[in-house]
Design a protein around this ligand. Structure first.
Ligand code: SF4
Length: 341
């Protein structure tokens, strides 16, 4: 597999343009998933869906999206909510910087943009949590701007369609693919076209076992004889991490660290790690495994007691109040599995 990117983006002839416009549009109209944000593609709905769907499967997002819209139907409702309430609605979705940025964005839209999200993709990129992909998705879907999206699905479709050996981990490859995606844009209905490219990558041109005979682009596809060799990318190395988590209870209460001010669990109260200087270890309670970014974590939960006074960076909480506060999903899982008094 070649990794240099001297190759220039391929030429788009009439046959390619017809397949990528008419054939793809027809396929999308007949096969797209009926998703709630597609029924009402307002800037707010599209933005929330784009934030939620980053790094997350759509099936996982759906119940979160429904609950979110019930509680925060517009920018103003979201801007007025407390940090803890907003975090609680995101609990379990992971990648919590997304929700912090979405909340900051709502406050900014209300305070500085009269409750209206800017329509232009360049202006959108100046706002919290909105990069080139999200800006292009919102601007094309909600406002019809002629701007191409490039996410993992589109990268896969394009590299297969044109049998491009470029290493998609390189910034120059992203730039070339973005240019290619832009050249494939139709003159109108760019939001639908972008969604069709992403939907094709999600439903047909999947990472493993793409369904080429069912693909609307199969007649022009140059990579269909061996599609799984595309895209060429550098593998991300994973890091294994082991930790011991302390579950400290007393008189119907549990001791939790105060909400973190930064890092992995920013904004969340959480269980402390076991610390043998200040705690004594009791019985093992449960073991859970979870992944966060490139880390594969094995967390062993043990019951524990403080040797002296509890430190000042936490507080006792009635066990009955646990359901009402946001907690990191792995800690919620520990507390579900551990036999609490
Ligand atoms: S023909 Fe196959 S490899 Fe080519 S775009 Fe369609 S699904 Fe992907």
């Amino acid at each position: 597999m070649l990794t240099n990117i001297k190759d220039r983006p391929p030429k788009i002839d009439a046959k390619i343009a017809r397949a990528c416009h008419a054939d793809l549009a027809q396929w999308y109209a007949a096969n797209h998933r009926d998703l709630p944000w597609r029924r009402h593609p307002t800037p707010y709905h599209v933005t929330v869906s784009e934030f939620m769907c980053q790094q997350t499967q759509i099936a996982t997002v759906l119940p979160y999206y429904a609950r979110w819209m019930n509680s925060f139907p517009d920018w103003r409702a979201l801007a007025a909510a407390s940090d803890a309430t907003v975090l609680k609605h995101w609990e379990g979705l992971g990648y919590y910087n997304r929700v912090r940025n979405l909340h900051r964005l709502a406050k900014l839209i209300v305070s500085e943009h009269s409750g209206n999200l800017p329509a232009d993709s360049h202006a959108l990129q100046q706002l919290p949590g909105i990069g080139p992909y999200t800006a292009a998705a919102i601007a094309s879907i909600a406002s019809g701007e002629q701007v191409a999206v490039l996410d993992g699905n589109v990268e896969r479709v394009l590299t297969r369609l044109f049998a491009l050996p470029w290493n998609v981990s390189l910034p120059l490859t992203k730039k070339n693919l973005r240019q290619l995606a832009a050249e494939l844009l139709p003159k109108k209905n760019c939001g639908d076209h972008n969604q069709a490219m992403m939907e094709l990558g999600a439903l047909i041109c999947s990472p493993r076992h793409p369904q080429c005979p069912r693909c609307p682009l199969t007649v022009i596809c140059r990579g269909k004889t061996n599609p799984e060799q595309f895209p060429n990318k550098t593998k991300t190395l994973t890091v294994k991490e082991r930790q011991t988590v302390a579950v400290i209870t007393s008189d119907g209460k549990i001791w939790l660290l105060n909400p973190a001010e930064r890092g992995r669990w920013h904004g969340f109260p959480r269980l402390p790690l076991f610390d043998e200087t200040h705690m004594t270890k009791g019985a093992p309670l449960t073991v859970i495994h979870y992944s966060i970014t490139r880390y594969r974590v094995t967390a062993t939960a043990v019951s524990a007691k403080f040797k002296h006074h509890p430190p000042a960076n936490g507080a006792w909480l009635p066990l009955s109040a646990l359901k009402k506060i946001p907690l990191p999903a792995p800690h919620r899982k520990i507390l579900r599995q551990a036999p609490l008094p």
